[in-house]
Design a protein around this ligand. Sequence first.
Ligand code: DX5
Ligand code: ZN
Length: 230
Amino acid sequence: MSFDRTIKIAPSILSADFANFGQEIQAIEAQGADWVHVDVMDGHFVPNLTFGPAMCKAIRPHIKTVMDVHLMIAPVDPYIEAFAEAGADVITAHIEAGPHIHRTLQAIRANGAKAGVALNPGTPASAVEYLLDMVDLICVMTVNPGFGGQKFIHSQVEKVKELSRMIGSRPIHIEIDGGIDPTTAPLMADAGADVLVAGSAVFKGGSVSAPEVYGQNIRAIREAASGVYA
Ligand code: DX5
Ligand code: ZN
């Protein structure tokens, strides 16, 4: 995985057809997805349950781009090795998920994956100040984690601006996750985000038999976000 700050669209397969992940992934990648975002939930850290390392391993052969695994689980550390072995390129853990985020990030890198840290909407940007030399990605939650289709929380635009200033020229991605569509994407791109996760806004109206809708949805987000540089 090489580093750059161009806008990357990362569809969340939380909004895909759960009976058909392989074809859904092939469809979104063929339609322009840059990364594939995989939301892992444990029914404890967040009030919803999704999938674990075995599912990640099963879908891995279908992902030709980047497998971006967002862990909304607590504890995190006992599962890092399994998600790395499942083939995750990026593993993101929540700062709120345990008392030892520093150790967690070390473990992610030691297992050969890029290390991401996610911040819930109530967590300040300053929480990552002493982690900047050990993260490859900072994920700003723009909804409370747990479900797709929620409303974007506007106060997070300021947080992304602050993080962007803190990061400076360091090779750290800023990812935003939740409520991203062609209206909210440009606010975040302008603030400094480069990885835009979108679930409902990408999968809305499409299917593996109508994949061109995924393409239209992805392009609409990318063009809205890129417009800020035009
Ligand atoms: C929320 C997840 C998100 C979610 C985004 O807990 O982390 O990745 O799928 O879905 P939308 O884009 O529908 O808000
Ligand atoms: Zn996510």
